[in-house]
Design a binder for this molecule. Sequence first.
Ligand SMILES: Nc1ncnc2c1ncn2[C@@H]1O[C@H](COP(=O)(O)OP(=O)(O)OP(=O)(O)O)[C@@H](O)[C@H]1O
Ligand SMILES: [Mg+2]
Length: 232
Amino acid sequence: MQTRRQGEGETPVSLSPCLLVCIIPSMPRHGTFLVLDGTEGSGKSTQARLLEQKLTGLGREVLLVRDPGTTRIGEQIRNILLDPAHGEMGMRCEMLLYMSARAQMMKEVLGPALDAGKVVICDRFVSSTLAYQLGGDGVTAEEIRAIGDVAIKGRWPDLTLILDLPVEKSLGRLKRPKDRIEQRPVAYHEQVRQNYLRQARENPQKYRVIDADRGVEEIAHDIWVEAGPLVS
Ligand SMILES: Nc1ncnc2c1ncn2[C@@H]1O[C@H](COP(=O)(O)OP(=O)(O)OP(=O)(O)O)[C@@H](O)[C@H]1O
Ligand SMILES: [Mg+2]
C-alpha cells in the first residue's frame, strides 16, 4: 500500500476569506501584560484588584496573578523564599528561586493567558528582582535580565507600573508579621525604592512611576490613565 506524505499530490488551494475567518480565532493572539510593582505595602495588591475589577466591568478577560506564586510549585517556592527561618539563603539562590517560580508561572499560566488574548495583571515580576536582589553577592542587572529572559522565554511585560512612596510609610502600612525579606533593615528598603526608580528612569517606554502616597481612588485613576490605552 502506498502512503502519501502530507501535501504530496494534492492540488494547491488558496484559502478563501471565509476559511481564514474560521482559522484565525484558534491562532495564538497576544494579550496585554501589565505589572504592578513597588516596595512592601505600597498598595500593589489593592490596585491590582481595582484594575482587575475595572477591566472585567468593561468586558475584558483578565487574569490576576501574584509573583512569586500562583502555581502549585511557585507557591511552594514562595514559602521557601519568605520563611524567616531561612536566614542562611544566599542572594544568588534567592534570585534563582524567584526566577524558577516565574518560569513555572509563565509556562502554566501567563503564557497560555497571553496566547488567549487576555489582559494579565501581575502583582510583582522581574522588576522586583531588579530592585531587591540587585547588588547582593555581586548580582548585576545584566545577570538578572539575562536569567529573567530565560525564565520567562522573552515574554516581558508591556508596561510596569511602579507604586512609589516613602519607605517608612509603606512599611508602616504592613499590619501582619514581617516575612524574611520585609524583616531587612530600613536602609535596604530605601535602596530597593531607589532601584525601582532607576529602572523606570532607564526605560521610560515600559515603566511608569505612580505617586502612591495618596488615596486609593486617586492612585487607581492614574493607573488607568497609563494602562487604559494599552487594553482598550
Ligand atoms: N493608598 C492607600 N492609602 C492608605 N492605605 C493603603 C493604600 N493602599 C493600600 N493601603 C493599605 O495598605 C496595606 C497594604 O496594601 P496592599 O496589601 O495593597 O499593599 P501591597 O503592596 O500589596 O503589600 P505587600 O508588599 O505586603 O504585598 C493594606 O492594609 C491596604 O489596605
Ligand atoms: Mg500584596
